[in-house]
Design a binder for this molecule. Sequence first.
Ligand code: ZN
Length: 435
Amino acid sequence: MTAPVIPTAGPYLLANARLHRSLTPDLKATFDADGFALADIAVADGKISAIAAREQPLPTHAIDLTGRIVLPAFIDCHTHIDKGHIWTRKRNPDGSFMGALNATGEDRAARWNATDVAQRMEFSLRCAYAHGTKAIRTHLDSVAPQETISWPVFEQMRERWRGRIELQAACLFGIESARDFVWLEMLAKRVAAAKGVLGTVTYMVPDLDELLDRMFGHAIALGLDLDFHADETDDVAAISLKKIAEAALRHKFQGRILVGHCCSLARQPDRDVLDTLDKVARARLAVVSLPMCNLYLQDRRHDGTTPRWRGVTLLHEMKARGIPVAVASDNTRDPFYAYGDLDMLEVYRMATRILHFDHPVADWPQTIAATPADIMRLQGAGTLAAGGPADLVIFRGRSWTELLSRPESERVVVRDGRTIERVIPDYSELDALMV
Ligand SMILES: [Zn+2]
């Protein structure tokens, strides 16, 4: 089974592509129990000109994909490419959340000049692009004075990668820093100037409601979307997801709100959970789960015992209530997660196993494509549709079990109708930054 060869010029037809119902809204076909149907994708001028159910006979000029799965290019809506790949010089001493926070803070203060941040960001973006991702939202540590270093680097990277990866950024700082009104206002204006997203990490501080009001106030005044890290802990007293929903309702917020992690929700009594989810649905919050990072940090034990829970939040219950849910990479090779390569297929494979995105698969594939595209306000991304860009990934797998059992290292990534050269950078390129 050799890789399909896409012509380097002119229109073409990809025949016998296996497409998923949840990511091809316009396809009229008979879908199998796994949600797949065979279809032909016509490509011209970098766009999908038509998608039609496979019918006999096969046109002689067609490229026969022999039933390979084709997915839209991935959307990764929660990453930290400013932190990425520092592991070699700054590891997590004990695998805990506090270990991660402290180690990263030390590395940031000592090493994160513009060159260091830019080179590590570039490495991450090359990985993501080669794996088939077309849009990324990164959080940027914005604890003073880092915001003055990382935001200009982000703006340069966004320009440099335009047309290959659509890059977004959200600021990140502990919510208690919002007590400094002058600094917060300055940061919010800096974020707005960069067309970024206003973000923070919530903790259960006594004045959380008041500080959330400040965040919402700036977001409304400046027309910004919001992005929170919330409740990344097993502490049942961590209820900031509910607090964020209440704040959104209190402010009648009209922008988009994405909330990441929400781990503690899975540890709370059902009655509390249902009350929170009612509010989250009414406030139109979206939630992103970070299954690999959660599995790594949550329930980490130092008494010689084995972790007993998976760390992820309640995506099934959320989706059942119509709350938009996504999964994403989160950290890569830094003290918050020692592994990872910004490969959304790996994220989906792990999510399938950790979160049970199977039996049935249903519309869970939307969590790495259509749903995060909507959260990030990306038009024409995350689905395969006539008139949309021919940004897609062709796999060897012809079923979920084939797709999710191997790394799919030989996948073919097509962007604007043409095969990209997939070059995954060598780690040795980072060696000079690690000494
Ligand atoms: Zn994160």
